[in-house]
Ligand binder design. Structure first.
Ligand SMILES: [Zn+2]
Length: 258
């Protein structure tokens, strides 16, 4: 199998899976009273594990990809939340909804970057839930709330897989470079320290085969490879510039240049 030469509008069923490990360099403290911040999960097979929700990793990765793009002066106006430009490399990779973006374009972009929950290789040892005064942000009044506090030990390792759909040399270059720049994972009520991210290898296939859950539960995983040796992966700066042009051509073909 090969990477696609050019990005496509419609999916062609090629998946580059990138299994990776995220190691905590510092201890992380999680204070949580919101369900969305829960960072442990009890698996039937794996027991209680620390987890990093994909949504958080994707959010961080998107932010990094966008920052780097801005540094290259490509669509420096594109901004998260409501100001997506809907025509830059970052929007092409991570998706967006035309109607809700201030760009008001008549199309949506589906994300080409998929992932899964990252799971710790070790089981959680102790969690201390306790009731505390929680301050409401809206009016600064206090009330009782169940808050749990939990320490994630340093050197905790999380396994997960990032999948790039319809990969081209340019999109691979951008995603791989920015995965390497993922050095901190934050959330509102979490004090995460620094992390180190390591790519384990690659797996190019017509389906999503790899999963951290499967690896952790039975250790089985097809042999990983490098990137296709006969295809040149451009430097990240060149990749952004080339993809920027390719995305514009694609969008023009979609909108008739209007
Ligand atoms: Zn954009």
């Amino acid at each position: 199998m090969r990477l696609l030469d050019q990005p496509t509008l419609l999916s062609t069923g090629v998946y580059l899976q990138i299994p990776m490990k995220i190691t905590l360099l510092d201890e992380a403290i999680v204070r949580s009273n919101e369900p969305e911040e829960v960072l442990t999960f009890k698996y039937k097979e794996l027991g209680n594990r620390f987890i990093l929700p994909w949504r958080k990793i994707k959010g961080k990765l998107r932010r990094l990809v966008l920052e780097k793009q801005r540094g290259l002066q490509i669509h420096a106006d594109c901004a998260l939340k409501d100001d997506l430009c809907m025509q830059c490399p970052t929007c092409f990779l991570f998706g967006g909804t035309g109607e809700t973006s201030s760009a008001r374009v008549p199309y949506n972009i589906l994300s080409r970057v998929y992932g899964e929950t990252f799971i710790s290789t070790d089981k959680v040892k102790d969690i201390t839930p306790y009731t505390a005064n929680a301050v409401r942000e809206q009016d600064l009044t206090t009330g009782q709330a169940l808050l749990s506090i939990l320490t994630v030990p340093k050197e905790t390792i999380f396994c997960g897989v990032v999948t790039l759909k319809d990969p081209t040399p340019e999109t691979v270059s951008i995603i791989v470079d920015n995965i390497g720049r993922l050095s901190r994972i934050g959330a509102r009520s979490v004090e995460w320290g620094r992390v180190q991210t390591r790519i384990e290898g690659y797996y190019l296939s017509d389906r999503e085969t790899l999963s951290a859950y499967l690896v952790l539960s039975n250790g089985a995983q097809p042999g990983l490879t490098g990137l296709p040796a006969d295809q040149t992966i451009p430097t990240v700066d060149d990749a952004y510039r080339t993809l920027d042009g390719q995305v514009k051509t694609l969008i023009n073909s979609l909108t008739g240049g209007n």
